[in-house]
Design a protein around this ligand. Sequence first.
Ligand code: SF4
Length: 279
Amino acid sequence: MKINIAKKAGFCFGVKRAIDITFNLAKEDNKGLYTYGPLIHNPQVVEELKSKGVKAVDDLTSPDIRTIIIRTHGVSPEVYAETSKMGYNVIDATCPFVKKAQNFAQILNDEGYQVLIIGDKEHPEVQGLIGFAGGHAVVADNADHLPALKNKVGIIVQTTQPFDTFRKIVLQVISTVREVKIYNTICDFTAQRVKETRELAKKVELMIIVGGKNSSNTNQLVKLSEDVCAKVYHVETAEEIREEWFQGIENVGITGGASTPQWIIDDAVKKIREISVRR
Ligand code: SF4
């Protein structure tokens, strides 16, 4: 069985940066060290951080917080205000690409545009962007279900959205709205990974996508692989991989989301190799 491993599988620049910041801080002193929400969307990494004494909190009034690390997906200005009111030491691990999108959200709002965010309304990154757009941005993830739009609309996009979704919504908006200002805030890492995954999924009979079930970009990789490959499995760890999936399969592809550590991907590859040897 041929096993094709994606070159861009695993941690992206923003996640690696946040992980390095946090593990280095934990090494120095983990007393009262917390992340605001999970640092990244990978349960195994969050567990590892916990074992080093770094816990995730949603409640900023928790009594023993001394230092709070802002997650890669960013937070709204209200959360920054709350952390400074509480007098915490704040370490900002927001990915610079997310920061850029936050700046554009603020600029568009200040310039009087109705801000339209293309993305998942429930995702923490989008929640933060809504805050930077003055709290009254509208959100869409599908060109067929657009919210009511005004005559002056400013568009930004969640950094991990597929370009195709962005393109379809933009085309729809420019056909009905008089004044539109657009910032393409999809990050380069996402764009490259999407392209690579689609090409890989097209040429194999079975795709394994490794990553958190709560990870937006991992779920995007699953979805786009399903469009071009008949058998796609999303696993968080190697233990979930089943031997029977590979019956009659000669060509397998494997990739991981931006928040998937290399060791989890390596474990999954090892398990597939073992299955291949047994056949
Ligand atoms: S996927 Fe892109 S925006 Fe998100 S953390 Fe990684 S580099 Fe940053």
